[in-house]
Ligand binder design. Structure first.
Ligand code: F6P
Length: 466
């Protein structure tokens, strides 16, 4: 144990920082997002974050950023290709998202996934307190809990899966299903976004490992693992604070004026991922316009697609498909100087996103499958005037909490088109009633409650053999 190894150890695929190039070199910038903002205050009291620094950062030494110790894991180009782009993004990602694209099973990707998990385990085991608390995140590192447990049997090891855990019929396809389950069961506590994910996991542990179940607890090879639903959230207060900034309010006003004062603003903001249902959403807009061509004067739909995993072929193909649907809709329903769909393919700073949320009358979030969807929570947090309307897919974790949203089945084009129509025509009283109730729910569970709940549950567990 090194002198600085006390406190919490967080292990995730990526470090909580991004490398930003400038003319004299580069600097590190804290990444946006709930996980990072919730962990930073905890880690400042002592602890470290272990993760990959990104593609252009080989052989990095540990460093401190904003009072937090960061321990980089270097990945070779072949590991990035096989462990990250391959097994994580082309095997596990589609398999855990309803096989929306056929998962690919390649033994060389699996070998690389095992090796990289071992690499993370070695670095983590050297840097953590053997009887301390260690929190492993997400699908890239599902073997890690057991690998750590072998080295530090007394550690409090927690695992949280940010994406959905699939039902038995899908998980069964994975040739290495037993290894993956055994890997996760090294943890004392495994958290999922919803009770459905937790229950899917318990079912496959029973079926493929012969593990014994007792309520939320799983007994396997003399150890007990607790499972539970811990829906992640956002730093609500920081979004509310941004809506009070005059500069952000001015951006929202400008956006509204630029888009034509009286038109309703519909908004979609997503990583450009096939799980997000952006192409289906555009086709629902098209369906709406075919049935009601006059509506083209009444609304504008802004879709922001944030570039993501651009070297994975399915993502490239999706981008061209989306661009072609946008062109088709605007070609048919646009007029000089006025198009119904405005599409932006880029990263936007968080301040701009908040100004978009503030300006938007209707937020359209229609993933085909999504672990949680924090954009839905960010939109609700930014509606401090209690106005606005959220259309939300039933297949998101957020729908479990946000029952007052207009819930839709994103595969049902007519159903989504009807809900879009209902939202455009909705009276202010109904909108307010729904938004107030969504905001009330959001305030009950911010990201600090989430991390506190998980860490307290982990802390209460005794690390015992049964
Ligand atoms: O939701 C899963 C997740 O891995 C997030 O943690 C991350 O922000 C997002 O997908 C994008 O992931 P990547 O690290 O592949 O860019």
């Amino acid at each position: 144990m090194t002198p600085s190894s006390h406190g919490l150890t967080i292990i995730a695929n990526r470090l909580p920082v991004q490398r930003v190039e400038h003319k004299d070199g580069f600097r590190w910038q804290t990444s946006p997002g709930g996980l990072v903002s919730s962990m930073i205050p905890v880690l400042r009291q002592g602890g470290r974050w272990i993760g990959w620094g990104g593609s252009h950062t080989q052989s990095l030494q540990p460093f401190r950023h904003e009072d937090i110790d960061l321990i980089p894991v270097s990945l070779q180009p072949e590991e990035v290709e096989h462990y990250y782009s391959g097994f994580s993004n082309r095997t596990l990602w589609p398999l855990f998202h309803d096989a929306l694209r056929p998962p690919e099973f390649h033994r060389r990707w699996w070998r690389s996934y095992q090796n990289v998990n071992r690499k993370f385990a070695k670095i983590a085991a050297e840097n953590m307190d053997p009887s301390g608390t260690c929190w492993v995140h997400d699908f890239h590192l599902q073997l890690l809990p057991s690998l750590l447990r072998e080295q530090h049997p007394r550690a409090k090891i927690g695992f949280f899966l940010h994406i959905p855990f699939p039902p038995t019929e899908l998980f069964a396809q994975l040739p290495w299903r037993v290894h993956l389950l055994e890997g996760m069961l090294g943890a004392s506590l495994i958290g999922f976004q919803t009770p459905f994910g937790a229950s899917n996991f318990r079912n496959v542990a029973e079926r493929f490992l012969g593990a014994e179940l007792d309520g939320d607890d799983i007994y396997y090879r003399g150890r007990k693992t607790k499972t539970g639903s811990f829906p992640i959230s956002i730093d609500t207060e920081s979004f509310e604070e941004m809506t009070r900034r005059p500069s952000i309010q001015a951006m929202a006003r400008e956006l509204r004026a630029d888009l034509g004062g009286n038109r309703k603003i519909l908004l979609g903001i997503d990583r450009l991922d096939y799980t997000k249902g952006i192409d289906m959403r555009l086709r629902a807009i098209e369906t709406l316009l075919i049935a009601n061509p006059n509506l083209a004067k009444e609304f504008v739909f802004i879709q922001v697609g944030v570039p993501s995993r651009e070297n994975v072929p399915d993502y490239e193909e999706l981008r061209s498909r989306i661009e072609s649907i946008v062109g088709r809709i605007n070609g048919r329903f646009g007029e000089p100087g006025r198009v119904p769909v405005q599409y932006l393919y880029r990263n936007l700073p968080i301040q701009s996103l908040v100004s978009y949320y503030m300006a938007a009358d209707i937020m359209v979030i229609t993933p085909l499958r999504d672990g949680m969807n924090l954009v839905a929570k960010e939109y609700v947090a930014s509606k401090t005037n209690n106005e606005g309307c959220l259309i939300l897919s039933e297949f998101t974790g957020a729908a479990n909490e946000f029952q007052e949203a207009l819930l839709v089945n994103p595969h049902d084009l007519d159903g989504v088109a009807n809900t879009l129509y209902q939202a455009i025509k909705m009276g202010t009283a109904e909108g307010r009633r729904r938004m107030l109730s969504l905001r009330h729910k959001l305030h009950r569970n911010n990201v600090f409650h989430w991390s506190k709940n998980f860490l307290e549950s982990l802390g209460e567990l005794e690390v015992v053999r049964v």
